[in-house]
Design a protein around this ligand. Sequence first.
Ligand code: XUL
Ligand code: CO
Length: 442
Amino acid sequence: MTAFPDVSPIAYEGPESDNPLAFRWYNPEEVILGKTMRDHLRFSVVYWHTFRGTGADPFGAPTLQRPWDDGSDSVENAQRRVRVAFELMEKLGAPYFALHDRDIAPEGATLAEANRHLDAVVPVIQEEMQRTGIKLLWGTANLFSHPRYVHGAATSCDADVFAYAASQVKKCMDVTVALGGENYLFWGGREGYQNLWNTDMKRELDHLARLLHLAVDYGKQIGFTGKFFIEPKPKEPTKHQYDSDAAACINFLRAYDLTEPFRLNIETNHATLAGHEMMHELEYAGMQGMLGSIDANTGDLLLGWDTDQFPTNVYLTTQIMLTILKWGGFRTGGVNFDAKVRRESFEPIDLFYAHVGGMDAFAFGLRVAAAMIEDGKLGEFIKNRYRSWDSGIGAQIENGSIDLPALEQYMLEKGEVDALASGRQEYLENVVNDYILRTARR
Ligand code: XUL
Ligand code: CO
């Protein structure tokens, strides 16, 4: 069976290609800054949007044509979907994928039944992973779709809901380990609140931390050696998500002694919803040593919700790759396309256009970022801007060898600060455009 008979494996054809199903910039074997593009980017396809998305929205019915999917909740349908998923990922040359437990197998009437469904699908995934060499970037439990999670999962007011969520996490960690998953993720889908009149925030956050500690402890028991991720998002579905942005997540992890096992998975559209640029979120996580992975997508600035569009903006991907390289590149993380084709793009082939475009946009961004780093002009500018800290009074302040009276004495003698230099923002934005345009012309 083939779901995409007309699609051959996507090949690198270079910038001059006009084949819509070829890479212009992503050349997996090409070495950039000492590493292959494949190893820099570690592309990952998500099971949920790509194989479970239907195109339904609050105003309309499903639109996406998925001829291999009979729309049923049967285990056979789930197993067939696995074969299609691996055909797509193999043809894309994506080395990784990511999943929720409920993406790969149907929910059950009881926890035991849901677990049995997983046990029936996981061997098919294992078989396809072996056949293709594609690996699992991370697994996560869906603790937000089922009505039992209406008041939250770990942060529910009902202790049985916590117990159910914890059981789901346990099983999903078992599945992740069985599939050799490199990380395990928590996105706090309904971990937040709508109204403080009915909410004990302190107790809810204590419970959230309790679940994460239970997962870390269980990971040790079952030999999970990967990283745990949490994924910041400020709103949607709840008005106030607890994991609202990188700074809030890091503060939470630090407050509950979880910074060692955890890193952040930063998503572009979530950064936008938090009122930050993606580059800001990455820089903040990076400087704290907490940058783990990214969910690659983009929002629409004219829409205030999580549209999860595929990223095509090379200015954005340049900023992302520059910041990721700055903080040492991906270790266990990768570029995970948490993105969906829009409901108007309903043919199966649109899944290929979307991923090829996203992969190429990131490959292009990597090339620009590498040029910026190799040339060093931008780095030099920042270094030079802070040169007053490298010696004299600046160095004394930084190394803590001067107190307030001594600082006052210094300034009393000097009288006023020396002339300041321009921030040169427009000049620098022009330099960035030069790097992008030169990379495109190369
Ligand atoms: C939701 C979101 C999730 C997580 C995994 O906005 O990004 O798909 O990435 O639960
Ligand atoms: Co995400």
